[in-house]
Design a protein around this ligand. Structure first.
Ligand code: SF4
Ligand code: SF4
Length: 472
């Protein structure tokens, strides 16, 4: 039976409740009165539950869909302003003992080179990432207790944080590794990670078991309860995600929100982020084989409905998506994007040889980080390399209460300007620099507090002179 407070996966993600929600949404998708009531509630910016949000997702009335989009845009502006946080993935190892049918790293795939970065290679990759301007990484590794034990992951985190090259530094390491034990989550917490990210892939248990026929990941319950163990281990910023295209998107959407509701109810903190990847081509993987692939329009609608349902949760989009899709979806609610990404093990320091082919998926947006930054600024966004919150102890419920009161904006906006300034001084191409300097000058005027404006102006001058890492 459905129970949001239960610690049992099949009770807080309950199949019958999801199916009931989908029937309810289908029955009410043209119910103007109900949709208006839901939109009115959403305008309070306190979010929606999985049932209400599912009705919006099911709605196809063009004028109401327009309202959904414009509300999502407004909520995005209210909570995140015009800032977009940048990050890059760093693949440490593609050894994996699982049999996931949608991922080229699955154990039986013999076409790809298996690689695991040594600490020296991690160093080289991180220096290359620092030289691009990155400050925030998401490390990724397949599940393999022999090749990628927790000690290896911890050693890599330690190496990454220890590298200070020129003015560069990786200031936040988010971790995307397989579901593990409370004890291992505690070790990750103690190593100073930012967010622990684990994609559910699909919330549908039957599909999940079919898509993960072999390996420890086959265990749906263990995987679905991972975030509760992570929180028990002291990690209070967790990132959810599903791989859209594996199951019906409406089912995944309801499951995702139920998971968020469960975390909020039980731990007092909802997910820090939600990622919205879609199945993409890769070695041994043809997305056409998955019959639930989504159109770009539906994908954007999902993002808008997530933005409305969980206004305080950051939303992440990767370079799996094209520039055109990223352009549209950022407006509707995405707050973090990757840029200049390589999805192979290694590849930042020197391009991978074609025959090695260790990429997890094909990158659709192949622009350099500088091109992405330039593009964001032409769209009037402020690219941000801010990593301040967790370094200032603003995590979990402390972070969420600042977010919900809107006070976090007083940190995000000046931090975005100062970290952008660092980027412009240290790494930007000439035309990016010119555009960025003009943007910063204009944006300083939008800082409401005179005192903060003065401090930021002073700090920007100090950054010009070589000082780094100011933050609110
Ligand atoms: Fe391994 Fe993760 Fe790929 Fe599955 S999705 S094969 S667990 S790397
Ligand atoms: Fe993110 Fe906190 Fe920086 Fe705002 S101040 S951009 S919430 S890290």
């Amino acid at each position: 039976m459905y129970d949001v407070k239960s610690m049992a996966a099949e009770e807080f993600i309950n199949d019958a409740e999801i199916r009931d929600t989908l029937s309810f949404a289908e029955a009410n998708k043209n119910n103007v009165e109900m949709i208006d009531q839901i939109l009115s509630k959403a305008r309070l910016r306190k979010g929606l539950d999985h049932r209400e949000a599912s009705v919006l997702l099911a709605c196809e009335m063009p004028d109401k869909v327009e309202e959904i989009y414009s509300l999502a845009e407004q909520i995005k502006k209210d909570f995140y302003g015009n800032r977009i946080v940048l990050f890059a993935p760093l693949y440490l190892s593609n050894y994996c003992v699982n049999g996931c049918l949608y991922c080229p790293y699955h154990l039986k795939n013999k076409h790809i080179a298996r690689k695991k970065l040594t600490q020296e290679e991690v160093r080289r990759e991180v220096i290359a990432l620092q030289d691009m301007g990155h400050k925030r990484l998401a490390i990724e590794a397949g599940e393999d207790p022999v090749n990628n034990p927790i000690e290896y992951i911890l050693e890599c985190i330690h190496t990454i944080y220890s590298i200070k090259h020129k003015n560069g530094a990786i200031r936040r390491v988010n971790v995307n590794i397989a579901a593990t034990t409370v004890e291992n989550y505690r070790k990750l917490h103690d190593a100073g990670i930012g967010t622990y990210i684990l994609f559910q892939e699909t919330y549908n248990k039957k599909s999940y078991e079919e898509l993960h026929p072999t390996g420890p990941k086959h265990d749906y319950v263990y995987h679905t309860e991972a975030m509760d163990r992570a929180m028990e281990g002291g990690i209070d910023d967790v990132g959810l995600g599903v791989l859209f295209g594996l199951e019906s998107y409406k089912y995944e959407f309801a499951g995702l929100l139920m998971h968020a509701e469960h975390l909020e109810t039980v731990h007092g903190v909802g997910p820090h982020t939600i990622s919205v990847p879609r199945v993409k081509p890769a070695d041994d993987i043809d997305p056409e084989e998955f019959h639930n692939s989504l159109s770009d329009d539906i994908f954007c609608k999902i993002a808008a409905c997530i933005r409305i349902a969980v206004p305080y949760t950051g939303m992440i989009i990767s370079t799996r998506e094209t520039k055109e899709v990223r352009d549209k979806i950022i407006r509707l609610g995405v707050s973090q994007v990757s840029g200049g990404s390589k999805t192979s093990v290694g590849g930042y320091y020197e391009p991978e040889r074609e025959e090695e082919n260790s990429a997890q998926f094909d990158v659709s947006d192949t622009r350099t980080l500088d091109e992405v930054i330039h593009w964001l600024m032409t769209r009037k966004y402020i690219p941000s390399f801010c990593t301040a919150c967790y370094r200032e102890g603003r995590t979990g419920d402390r972070f969420m209460s600042l977010c919900k009161s809107g006070q976090i904006q007083n940190c995000c906006h000046p931090n975005a300007l100062m970290t952008l300034k660092e980027y412009l001084v240290d790494y930007a191409a000439e035309d990016t620099k010119e555009l960025g300097e003009r943007l910063i000058q204009k944006e300083i005027e939008n800082i409401p507090s005179e005192q903060v404006r003065r401090i930021v102006t002073e700090r920007l001058a100090l950054i010009e002179k070589g000082e780094r890492d100011f933050r609110f």
